[in-house]
Design a binder for this molecule. Sequence first.
Ligand code: ATP
Length: 221
Amino acid sequence: MSDLDCADLSVGYGGTLAVRPLDLHVAGGHLLAVTGPSGAGKSSLLWALARALRPAAATVTGTVRVDGRELGDREDAARAGVVLVPQRNGLSATLSAEESILVPLLALGVPAREATQRVDDQLARVGLAEFRRHLVDQLSGGQQQRVALARAFALQPRVLLADESTSDLDAGNRELMIAALREEAARGAAVVLATHDPEAAAQTDAALALDEGVATWVRRP
Ligand SMILES: Nc1ncnc2c1ncn2[C@@H]1O[C@H](COP(=O)(O)OP(=O)(O)OP(=O)(O)O)[C@@H](O)[C@H]1O
């Protein structure tokens, strides 16, 4: 089990305070929803938790810890097993579905045979085995979201931060992907899903609402 904690975490862009100082604990094994209207600060919070906001782009204060160890920068967060699925998926249009999952695994030094097995397993898990050779550009928005989730699952994250990762899915695939996020939590990860969708949020262990950067518990863990 891997715990995610932040203390006094805030995000500002020039004069805008997008996330007001926040203390948060997400225990390994739990799936937390971060809800709120457009512009509430959900993406900013997830990017700050992943230590992925560049100092030139945003002012981030506070600390983020995984299993008690403070994360310095994005590379440090990646080494600690933090995986962010960004809102627009972060996939490269010119890679195929399978390459999208394989390349980060090989870059991290996962042996080729194991990496290939993980690609097969995760494409099957998200129901896209027959689309493996399609370029990302040739996939629908919902299929791209499922590839992005498969890529994250293949990395076996200790902390998984998914930003609107079910927004383009039909109800059936949304249920499947939320079940997969729950399985990642059951494996021991701390999982956070930012979502507009009340039906997705209702299926999580706890829900935190953001409004103009102010966080309020809707359902406590
Ligand atoms: N790079 C940036 N520069 C300046 N302001 C930004 C930047 N990114 C976000 N903001 C502002 O910060 C606030 C929070 O934005 P954020 O994207 O975190 O919200 P969100 O809840 O994820 O919205 P959405 O649901 O539309 O994705 C908004 O007022 C937004 O305009």
